[in-house]
Structures are given as structure tokens and as C-alpha cells.
Design a protein around this ligand. Structure first.
Ligand SMILES: [Zn+2]
Length: 219
């Protein structure tokens, strides 16, 4: 009887442990959320499982030269300088790459997400937008760009998209939400959204054809 009871207890414990590991390894978005510890690091991961504090605002935000952005767009110093150089070089080759959305505060993101929910419903909002604290734009390292067709939504159809795919990494930027990697990034394919990580890391990610999530796993 005691032996039988022991076996039942052991089996139950084993089942609980197995369920725990399945749950832990199942990358469920907006579940098992961790708070970001070092938001100022250039390769910081912010996504549906890694959240920024509502008080985080980068200390070195600077305004992008208006030749390369539409009005009042801010990025962190390093990202800004590299973006200006990228846009300037592209311009000299006959391309138009303009920053249309860059740093967004926690509170602005909150409004943006709520607006999406109100106009399109929660399901669509969860796919197309990020909850406050879960948007990379709060890092001041992300940029949504527009090309010569003046519509970021149609950036993929512009000649600038091909230029970016070929050259962005040389300036430290990666295409952050690639097609076919939605199950890893948690976000739909966004041909217009680029993320600054620095030149060395961008080259590594570009050469290996991986996402920032996969890169962080190798660290
Ligand atoms: Zn974006």
C-alpha cells in the first residue's frame, strides 16, 4: 500500500514537472513577461515577453536632421548619427529614406495601442501594434521608414526597400520583423521597421539571417 502510494506521488510529481517545462518552453506571447534590466544596451531585447518600465526614457535622445526625417523625430545619439549617414548615402545614390516614426514614450504607445483596439478591435491590435512597454520604439533605437512612394505601409514596393535590405546592416540597422519569423518575433512582417543594434551585431545578424531573439540566445 505504501509502495503504491509512493508511486502515485512520484508519477504525479513527474507529470507536474513535465507540464511545467512544456509551459515554460512554449513561447507564448504576453505570457511569462520579464522586466528589461539593462534598457540602455544597444542589443536590448524588447518584445511581447520582455517589458520596459513606464519610466524608461533614453538619456541621449537627439533630433534627426530634418533632411532625413519628417518633423521632430528623435533617436538615441548613436542610432541617430548612423541613420543620418545611411539616409545621406542613400540620397547620394538617388534614394529617399525618411524616418517617419522613431522614439515613442510608454504613454504615447499606450494611447496608440488603445486607439487600435477602439478602431480595429483587440485581436487586430495585438497583431499590428504593441502594448505599452513592449514596443521597441520606446528604446529610441527603432525607426519606421518611408521611401520615394511616400507611404511606409507600401515601403516594400519602393526601390528603397531593396537598398535597405542590401545596405542597412552596414550602418548598424537590421530588418527587425522579417517575413516567416513571426513565430519568433511575435510581430507581423514589417518591411518598414528597422532597429539599430550597432554595426558589428547588425553584420552578424544579417550574415546569419537570424532575428534579434535568436541572436540573444547565442549570447
Ligand atoms: Zn516600427
Amino acid at each position: 500500500m505504501v509502495i503504491l502510494l509512493n508511486r502515485i506521488i512520484i508519477s504525479t510529481l513527474l507529470i507536474i514537472i513535465i507540464i511545467y517545462f512544456i509551459y515554460k518552453n512554449n513561447n507564448q506571447f504576453y505570457k511569462n513577461i520579464k522586466d528589461v534590466k539593462k534598457p540602455y544596451k544597444l542589443d536590448t531585447l524588447v518584445n511581447k515577453n520582455n517589458r520596459l518600465s513606464k519610466y524608461y526614457r533614453p538619456y541621449d535622445l537627439i533630433k534627426i536632421n530634418e533632411s532625413y526625417s519628417n518633423k521632430n523625430k528623435y533617436l538615441r545619439r548613436d542610432a541617430c548619427k548612423h541613420f543620418e549617414l545611411l539616409s545621406k548615402d542613400a540620397k547620394s545614390e538617388g534614394y529617399r529614406i525618411i524616418a517617419v516614426s522613431t522614439y515613442r514614450s510608454y504613454f504615447y504607445q499606450k494611447e496608440l495601442f488603445n486607439h487600435y483596439v477602439k478602431t480595429k478591435g483587440l485581436k487586430k491590435a495585438l497583431i499590428a501594434s504593441a502594448k505599452a512597454g513592449h514596443s521597441e520604439h520606446q528604446l529610441g533605437l527603432s525607426v519606421d521608414v518611408e521611401g520615394s512612394n511616400f507611404d511606409y505601409n507600401k515601403f516594400e514596393e519602393s526601390k528603397e526597400f531593396k537598398w535597405m535590405i542590401k545596405n542597412a546592416y552596414k550602418y548598424g540597422f537590421i530588418l527587425r520583423y522579417p517575413k516567416g519569423k513571426e513565430y519568433i518575433t511575435g510581430f507581423k512582417y514589417e518591411p518598414w521597421h528597422f532597429r539599430y543594434v550597432d554595426v558589428k551585431i547588425a553584420k552578424f545578424i544579417h550574415d546569419k539571417k537570424i532575428t534579434l531573439e535568436e541572436y540573444k540566445k547565442t549570447r
